[in-house]
Design a binder for this molecule. Structure first.
Ligand SMILES: [Zn+2]
Length: 357
């Protein structure tokens, strides 16, 4: 493995090449070492021509960290399965039907090969195969098997295209290629999918699909089981996981890469993550009562001039009070999003640092 990253690691979602309200310097200030971008969204805007001219997403964003590109299987395919007006999925690839604001209709076709070529153009360090993510909990076991078979077939085509692109581009620094293990809540299907993907051979393996049970509980059992199927020494990526406590649970099960929209989306919804006690003084892997959250728009914070958290060393906590953040949210100033996002990301990066130690 050639990629030089510290593990475990957490990547916030910069779907369209930006984390809303913060820039690359803010990311570094928050202790964030990498981001995940979305292939399909970047393909649409700004478009591959622009990204190529810019010299890739890192140059474009002025970001020096690690970049993962998600193929888009998770969100986008599940949307298409829910609403056939949004597109169709066939063995050849996915066709998306787009309607512009002006009402113009356009179709975009994404094959496994095009998905990989696009990720090379984006300039990611880690590419992810196009996978066929089954819709949530609605499917029979037989139906899920058909999604798995397509996921495996697409993974093989992605690997072939990956090898072809490396030859074609004469790359010295090869990106890594990860594949996605599907199978819903069925252990035998997860096992079958993992075995077939391992035969093809990838640098890393991802847990794909929904990490929650239908009742909303975090499904650590299927995540742990799937981690054990992944080869020793491979990167193990829990896609879309999760809140800090879930990340700790997954890290204990062997996962070493995480991404999630929660810290940044919650920040914009006034939900701030806090350590309940000094995180440097607990065993983070065994403490089940370490995190809480506050809603900063609550009335009681309007004249609370204390820092957001005594256990946080972020830019926001060092410089601003709860009352000021409360005020910024109440007048809907965009600075509120920035300061809240920096803080929540720091809680995540601190959690990751403590797991490493
Ligand atoms: Zn903070």
């Amino acid at each position: 493995m050639r990629l030089d990253i510290k593990l475990p690691t957490f990547f916030p979602d910069a779907t369209r090449g930006v984390i809303k309200s913060i820039d690359s310097l803010d990311l570094t200030l928050s202790g964030i070492e990498g981001i995940i971008v979305n292939t399909y969204h970047l393909y649409n805007t700004p478009g591959i021509d622009i990204l190529k001219k810019a010299g890739g997403i890192k140059n474009f964003m002025n970001f020096n960290g690690t970049v993962i590109s998600d193929s888009g299987g998770f969100q986008i395919l599940s949307l298409v399965y829910q609403n056939s007006k949004l597109g169709k999925i066939e063995d050849s690839g996915v066709t998306f039907f787009q309607i512009s604001k002006g009402g113009d209709k356009k179709t975009v076709f994404m094959s496994p090969e095009k998905c990989i070529e696009t990720q090379f153009d984006i300039g990611s360090d880690i590419l992810i195969t196009l996978d066929d993510c089954p819709p949530r909990w609605k499917e029979s076991k037989k139906d899920i098997k058909s999604h798995i078979n397509r996921t495996i077939m697409w993974a093989k085509r992605c690997k072939d295209e990956y090898l072809r692109q490396i030859k074609l581009r004469k790359l010295k620094n090869k990106p890594l290629l990860f594949a996605v293990i599907q199978g819903g809540e069925y252990k035998d299907l997860r096992k079958y999918c993992a075995e077939q993907l391992i035969k093809i051979g990838f640098d890393g393996y991802c847990f794909g699909g929904w990490p929650m049970k239908e009742n909303g509980e975090f499904n650590i059992e299927i995540l742990s089981y799937t981690a054990k199927l992944m080869p020793q020494g491979a990167f193990k990526y829990a896609l879309g996981v999760g809140d800090p406590a879930s990340i700790i649970q997954c890290a204990k099960s062997g996962y070493n890469i995480f991404d999630c929209v929660l810290p940044t989306r919650d920040a914009r919804h006034k939900r701030l993550y806090l350590f309940k006690k000094n995180p440097d003084k607990v065993n983070i892997l065994n403490d089940t009562d370490l995190f809480e959250f506050i809603l900063i728009n609550k009335e009681k914070y309007k004249d609370d001039f204390s820092t957001i958290s005594n256990f946080c060393d972020c830019f926001t906590c060092k410089n601003y009070s709860k009352a000021y953040l409360h005020h910024l949210f109440s007048i809907e100033d965009t600075l509120a999003y920035r300061l809240a996002t920096i803080h929540n990301l720091r809680v995540y990066s601190k959690t990751i640092e403590l797991i490493r130690n």
